[in-house]
Design a protein around this ligand. Structure first.
Ligand SMILES: Cc1ncc(C[n+]2csc(CCOP(=O)(O)OP(=O)(O)O)c2C)c(N)n1
Ligand SMILES: [Mg+2]
Length: 562
C-alpha cells in the first residue's frame, strides 16, 4: 500500500494561518462533518470559534449532558457511515462521554471525540480539570492521543477521522491542551480521499462458495458492518440470487426488508439450531449469536461456521471456523455470489427454505395475539400492534430500554437499512435521546421514533430540552412498567425476590416533556394507543406517549447475554 492509501491523503493544500480550533473544524468538515455535538466548557472555546467563523458556519448542537453529545455523534456515525463529531470539555466533560465511546468501540461506529485538556504550560501544577485523558479512553478507542501543539492539530484531526472512518470503524479520541488550542499555526489542510477498499482473498471466497455448494440447510446472518461498509445492495443481491434464508441483526436489520420471503428472523431457533452451514457476515460471533456455535438442535449435527468480516482483526478468534474471508464487504459478498454461480452443482435449498417460511408464518400468526392484546394493564406487544402499521418505510426507530425494546426487536422489522438504532453489544441504557437528535438531523423528513423503557427514559429525558431548543420533533413512546423490568424478572427468577428493580408507579414522563416545552399524554386504555400515536406524529414537536404497561408481561428470554 502506498502512503496515499493508508492515510486517505492525496495531496495537501496550501498552508493556512488560523488558530487550532479553526484548523480542527476545517478538517472535520472536509471529512463530512456538518454538526458538532457539545456542552460548553472554556477548554474547547476554540472549536466553537472555529465553527462560528467557518464559511458557512458549522452547526453547533449544544446539549444538557455530555453523554447525549457523544451518543448523538455516535449515532450520526452509524447513520451517515462517516464519523460523527463530539466536542467535550476537559475532565468531567470527557469522562461523561466515555460510555458512548465504549459503545462506539463495541458497535464499530465511526466517531471522533475532541476533548479539551488543561493547559500544557501549567501541567503538573494543578490547574482546573487537569486530567490525562487518553489513558482512560485508550481501552475503548481505536486511537486516543494528545495533539500537543497547535501545529499538530490539522494533521492530528485528519488522522483521527481517517482512522475512525476506515474498516473496522470505531471511535478515536484526541485532546488538545487549552493554551495550544488558542494558538495560531500555519498548517496545510489535508485533502480527504476515501480509503482504498481491501480486496478479499479469492481462494478464501472460493472455499466459502464450495461450502455453500455442499450445504443442505444454510443460513446467512447480516450484521452492522454490512451496512457500515455500504454493502447493503450486494447483500440483497446475494440473498436473492442464491435464495438463501437470512437473519439480520444490529444495523443489518432492514438490509433484507421486513416481510421479504427470505427473511426468517422469526424462525431463528430452527434456522440456527438445525442449519448445517451458518455464514455470518459483518457482525461478531458474540453472545447474540451463541458465540458462533450453530446446529445441534433436534439431533442435528453441529453446523459449519463461516465468518465474513470487513477487516482481518474482526474475524473471530474463538469460534471454530470452516471458512473465513475479509475485506470490503461489497467485494466479499459480490465475490461470493459470483463464485457460487461458477459451482458445478447449483444448490437447491427449496425444502429448507419452505420449512423455515412455514415457521415464520406460524410465528407471525402467534405474534398477532400479542399485537392485538386487549389486556388491562396494557401488554407492551399491543403498543407495537399500533405503532408498526403507522411506520413509514424510511422511519428511524431507536430502542433505549430493556424488555420494552426486546419486544420491539421482535415486532419491528425495518423496511430499509439504516432505520434501526439499538445500543449494540455494549447494551448501554441512556443512548436514546442522543440517537434521536442525530436521526432527526440526518433525516429531516423521516419519522423518528424513540422507544423508551421508563428506566432508560430517566437517563436522558432532560435532553428533551435540547430537542425543544433546536426545534427537533421526535415521537417518544415510553413503555412504562414502573420498573427496571429486564432486571426485575431475572432477579425474581434467580432469587425468588427482587430489590432495586422498582420505579415510582406510573410516573408522568409526558408531564416532564411538557415542562421542558414539548407535548405528550399518558395512555392506560389499549384502544387509545393508536389515536395517541396519531396525535404524536401530527404534533411536529417533541411528543411523549407514556403508556402504562403490565410489569408482569416480561419478555420471554432464553439468555441473559452472559
Ligand atoms: C447504563 C446501564 N445501566 C444498567 C444497565 C442494566 N440494565 C439492562 S436492562 C435494564 C432495565 C431497563 O429498564 P427499562 O428501561 O424500564 O425497560 P424495561 O426492561 O422495564 O422494559 C437495566 C437496568 C444497562 N444495560 N445499562
Ligand atoms: Mg421499565
Amino acid at each position: 500500500m502506498t502512503q496515499a492509501d493508508t492515510t486517505g491523503t492525496q495531496d495537501a493544500t496550501e498552508a493556512v494561518e488560523a488558530h487550532a480550533g479553526q484548523h480542527a473544524v476545517a478538517v472535520a468538515r472536509a471529512h463530512g462533518v456538518e454538526t458538532m455535538f457539545t456542552l460548553s466548557g472554556a477548554h474547547v472555546f476554540p472549536m466553537y470559534d472555529g465553527a462560528v467563523t467557518a464559511d458557512p458556519p458549522m452547526r453547533i448542537l449544544d446539549v444538557r449532558h455530555e453523554q447525549t453529545a457523544a451518543f448523538a455523534a455516535e449515532a450520526t456515525g452509524k447513520l451517515t457511515r462517516k464519523p460523527g463529531l463530539a466536542v467535550l470539555t476537559a475532565g468531567p466533560g470527557v469522562t461523561n462521554g466515555v460510555s458512548a465511546v465504549a459503545q462506539a468501540q463495541f458497535a464499530g461506529s465511526p466517531l471522533v471525540v475532541v476533548g479539551g485538556r488543561a493547559p500544557a504550560n501549567r501541567w503538573g501544577s494543578g490547574s482546573l480539570q487537569e486530567l490525562d485523558q487518553p489513558p482512560i479512553l485508550a481501552p475503548v478507542s481505536k486511537l486516543a492521543r494528545t495533539l500537543h501543539t497547535a501545529a499538530e492539530v490539522a494533521d492530528g484531526i485528519h488522522e483521527a477521522f481517517t482512522v475512525a472512518g476506515s474498516s473496522h470503524r470505531g471511535p478515536v479520541f484526541v485532546d488538545v491542551p487549552m493554551d495550544e488550542f488558542f494558538n495560531t499555526a500555519t498548517s496545510a489542510r489535508p485533502v480527504v480521499a476515501p480509503p482504498a477498499p481491501t480486496e478479499p482473498d479469492g481462494d478464501a471466497i472460493a472455499s466459502v462458495a464450495a461450502l455453500l455448494g455442499e450445504a443442505r440447510r444454510p443460513v446467512l446472518v447480516l450484521g452492522t458492518d454490512v451496512w457500515a461498509d455500504g454493502a447493503e445492495d450486494a447483500a440483497l443481491r446475494l440473498v436473492e440470487d442464491l435464495g438463501i434464508p437470512v437473519i439480520t441483526n444490529g444495523m443489518g436489520r432492514g438490509v433484507v426488508p421486513g416481510g421479504h420471503p427470505m427473511l426468517v428472523t422469526k424462525a431463528r431457533g430452527q434456522a440456527f439450531g438445525t442449519c448445517d452451514l451458518a455464514i455470518v457476515a459483518g457482525t461478531a460471533l458474540d453472545f447474540r449469536l451463541a458465540y458462533g456455535v450453530f446446529g445441534g438442535k433436534d439431533d442435528a449435527p453441529p453446523a459449519r461456521v463461516v465468518h465474513l468480516a470487513d477487516s482481518a482483526g474482526q474475524v473471530s478468534g474463538h469460534a471454530e471456523l470452516a471458512g473465513a474471508a475479509y475485506g470490503d464487504m461489497t467485494l466479499v459478498l459480490d465475490g461470493l455470489r459470483e463464485a457460487v454461480t461458477r459451482l458445478e452443482r447449483n444448490p437447491d435449498w427449496a425444502d429448507w427454505v419452505s420449512s423455515l417460511q412455514q415457521t415464520v408464518a406460524a410465528a407471525t400468526a402467534r405474534d398477532a395475539e400479542l399485537l392485538g392484546a386487549t389486556a388491562d394493564p396494557i401488554h407492551p406487544g399491543r403498543i407495537y400492534g399500533e405503532l408498526v402499521p403507522r411506520l413509514e418505510d424510511d422511519a428511524i426507530v431507536i430502542g433505549d430500554g430493556g424488555d420494552f425494546v426486546s419486544f420491539a426487536g421482535k415486532f419491528v422489522e425495518p423496511k430499509r437499512p439504516g432505520g434501526w438504532l439499538d445500543p449494540g453489544p455494549y447494551g448501554c441504557l441512556g443512548a436514546g435521546l442522543g440517537s434521536a437528535i442525530a436521526a432527526r438531523l440526518v433525516r429531516p423528513s423521516a419519522q423518528v421514533v424513540l422507544l423508551y423503557g421508563d428506566g432508560a427514559a430517566g437517563m436522558s429525558l432532560m435532553d428533551v430540552d435540547t430537542l425543544v431548543r433546536h426545534d427537533l420533533p421526535v415521537v417518544m413512546v415510553c413503555g412504562n412498567n414502573s420498573a427496571w423490568g429486564l432486571e426485575k424478572g431475572p432477579m425474581q427468577m434467580l432469587y425468588g425476590y427482587d430489590v432495586a428493580a422498582d420505579l415510582a408507579p406510573q410516573t408522568r414522563y409526558d408531564e416532564v416533556v411538557k415542562a421542558l416545552g414539548g407535548a405528550g399524554e399518558t395512555v392506560t386504555d389499549p384502544a387509545q394507543i393508536g389515536p395517541a400515536l396519531d396525535r404524536a406524529f401530527a404534533a411536529n414537536v417533541p411528543y411523549l406517549v407514556n403508556v402504562i404497561t403490565d410489569v408482569n408481561a416480561a419478555y420471554p428470554r432464553a439468555t441473559f447475554g452472559i
